[in-house]
Each structure stands twice: as C-alpha cells, then as structure tokens.
Design a protein around this ligand. Sequence first.
Ligand SMILES: Nc1ncnc2c1ncn2[C@@H]1O[C@H](COP(=O)(O)OP(=O)(O)OP(=O)(O)O)[C@@H](O)[C@H]1O
Length: 455
Amino acid sequence: MATDILIVDDEADIRGLVAGILEDEGYGARTAKDSDEALAAIESRRPNLIFLDIWLERSRLDGLQLLEAIKRNHPDVPVVMISGHGTIETAVAAIKQGAYDFIEKPFNSDRLILVANRALETLRLKREVRDLKQRAPIAQKLVGRSTVMNQLRQTLDKVAPTNSRILIVGPSGSGKELTARIIHSASSRANGPFIVINAAAITPERMEVELFGTEGTNGEGRHVGALEEAHGGTLFIDEVADMPRETQNRILRVLVDQNFLRVGGTTRVSVDVRIISSTARNLENEIAEGRFREDLYHRLGVVPIRVPPLAERRDDVPGLVDYFLDQISQGTGLPRRRIADDALAVLQSHDWPGNVRQLRNNIERLLILATGDPDAAVTASMLPPDVGSLVPSLPTGSGGEHLMGLPLREAREVFEREYLVAQISRFGGNISRTAEFVGMERSALHRKLKALGIG
Ligand SMILES: Nc1ncnc2c1ncn2[C@@H]1O[C@H](COP(=O)(O)OP(=O)(O)OP(=O)(O)O)[C@@H](O)[C@H]1O
C-alpha cells in the first residue's frame, strides 16, 4: 500500500524533485502549489506526511499559517518544513508550532529520505502506542492445538495475503477480533493502521459520523472517520449486524464505489481500505427478519470464517490456561501459579459461555485471589465458585449436601453419573479418550454409561 505524501511548494521544479525522490523510494506522492490546493488535497484524503515550503509565494496562506490550519484539523499528521537560505529561525518557529522537522534547500536526497522515514516511523509508533493503550493487553497469537484451530490457522494463512473482504462469525469472546488482527498483521497492509469500530457500542445517530467523519464548518471541527483513518490498512467492523439500515446502505455504496462523502460534505473521499467484519448473530436470520441487507452480506463476506465456541474445542483449554498464566503474571507481576490436574479437569469441562475471554478473566481472578504458598499448585477447590460448580458434588466440598442425604448406593450412582458426564464433555464426547483417562476399558465404560442411563 503506497504511503501517501503531500508536497506543498510554489516552485514546480522543487515539487517535482521531492516527489521523484520519494516515489523512487516506493512512496506515493501528490503535490500542491499553494495553500488552497494543499487544503483541497488534504480534504480529498488525509495524507500520511506533508512536506511544506515555509515561504509559499502567490498563496492565500503562507507556510506557517498553512501549518497552523493543518495542525488544527489533523494534529497527528507529521509536517516537515522546507526552508530556504536564511529561514532557519522561521523553521525553528515552525517546529515550536508543531512541525515535525525541517529540511534546508538545497537539500540532498539522503537527508530527505531519512526525514521522511523517521516522520512516518514516528507516526506509526504513535498509532501503535495509542492502539496498545486502548486495548491492552492484546495478544497477537492464536493459541490452541485442536483440529478446528489448526484448520482455522490454515485458512488464515491462505486468506491473509489476499485483499479479500472477510466476515468472521463466532460467539462473543471467542477470538474474532484477535483473528482479524492476525489477518491484518499477516497481510501486505501490516504497516498500515488497524482501526476498530464497534457497531454495538455506537448509537445509531453517531454511527455515520464515526464511520465517514464530518466535514465541519469553515474548516473547523472536522472529524476524520474510521474509513479515512484506516486508509492503507484494515477497518474491523465489530458486530456488523448492529449497524443501522441507513448506514448499511451507505457502507454498501462505499464497497461499490470505493469512495464516500463525509457527513455534511460534498467532496468525495477515496480510500483504499480492507474491510473485515464480525458478528455473533446469525446473519441469515437477520436477513430473513429484514434487519440486514442481503447484498451487503454477500459483499462483506467474500470469505466467511467461523471461530468456534470454546466448548467445541476443549482440547485448547490447557494451552490457553498456560498461555494466560504466563501472560498475566508477566503483565501484572503476580506470581505464576501451577494448576493441579483436578483444577485443569474442571476448567476443561466447564462450558464457558463467555468463551476465551471468560477463561482469561477467570485465570486473572485466580492469580489475584489465590491464597497459600505461591509454589503450591492451585487445586479444584480453590477455583472461583461459578467455575467450580461443575465439579461433581462431593460430600467434602460445598454442594455435597444432597449426596449426604442419600444411601451409599444411590449417592455413588449420582456421583458416577455427574463425574462421567463431566469427563465426557471435557473430552468433547470422545469415549476412547474418556475411557483412557478414567482408567476403564472402552467396552466397560460403554456398559457403565448404559447402566447409568447416559448417552
Ligand atoms: N485462541 C486464542 N489465543 C489467545 N488468546 C485468545 C484466543 N482467542 C481469544 N483470545 C483472547 O480472548 C480475549 C477475547 O477475544 P476477542 O476480543 O478477539 O473476542 P471477540 O470474539 O472479538 O469478542 P466480542 O464478540 O465480544 O467482541 C482477548 O483478550 C483475546 O486476546
């Protein structure tokens, strides 16, 4: 994705020279000869970097005034001043006003490229820091060795380098956003921005402003929308089914026309953005109920990807637990605890309606609340009660009361039934693996299950 650099200078040969050097480096360059052309160019699409001549003759605004106007509306875009002989003091003043750096005429191409690279790197780091602050801690690794996860990884390897739009379907907390981030970082847009817009968290009235931005009046108060922000990168639309109908119409037009109008605007903004969307809902139902446009569904979901609930891939639980124990203890400084086999069995048999996010939260809670010797393993009885409630009730722990009221034979049956149901669920219904774990022959386990009325 070509990085977009705007060169503003009244001298045609300087514009051409700077543009040529930058293009040879693989950057995209646009030029403007005065302040009005520059403002129009910025309005048509926000550039990643601007080179701006300090003097700017035959222009409504001079370089410093134009710098001020740019910084007012686009404080993040780095501006490098081009200064002539004897204008160093003005260049220093420009830096005080927010310019990133300056180059002096006549300049050599190495210095020009160095400054451009540095300015763009600073911009990238600023975005990355902002991103990390907003959503820390974000993992960039899909943990899990289950067959479905291996298949998912293979699909991601195939689709990531293409530019195709992707619709990720899966329940809340299953890892849809993480999947989208992995696709972005494995694509040719990896160095571009990854922008998230959550359609469920934005009121319908704000939706269009957040996506398309606003024009503002008299150049004041312009708001850059997520689509423009994502130029050269990826826009992740989370919970796309919650997008109001009106916005669905407009987003469809963007996908068809590859450009859009800001709210209240008349200039078309053209952007190069890969759209990845996600939903926890059944979009076919939403379409049947008339809440989601079918044509938009087909356009967004050129490649559909399903992230299964954690309950469908219990084999992933031990790896995820290990991974979160490391991640959380490193991030918080809490001692890393070991998890005893009985506790792991409980974690593996739990249904996790909140999926991986819920598992992670529980591991975090466990590390914060765990008592006793930090070197001792965490056992099933130390697990948070809502997770531990899946352990077959035992006379020794909480919840054992109902067993205590039964004769031994019946109590044993109740226990065996709950124990085996939990173990079978933990091994995803696989009888051979359950038999191996509980220490029975496969055929004997079958007979037992039949006798207990399971299955
Ligand atoms: N396979 C995985 N390996 C490591 N971490 C994971 C995995 N899946 C999910 N996570 C972590 O679990 C948390 C929830 O994941 P994520 O936000 O991607 O889910 P989501 O499906 O987008 O949720 P929602 O639908 O609520 O937006 C994040 O902290 C994420 O890093």
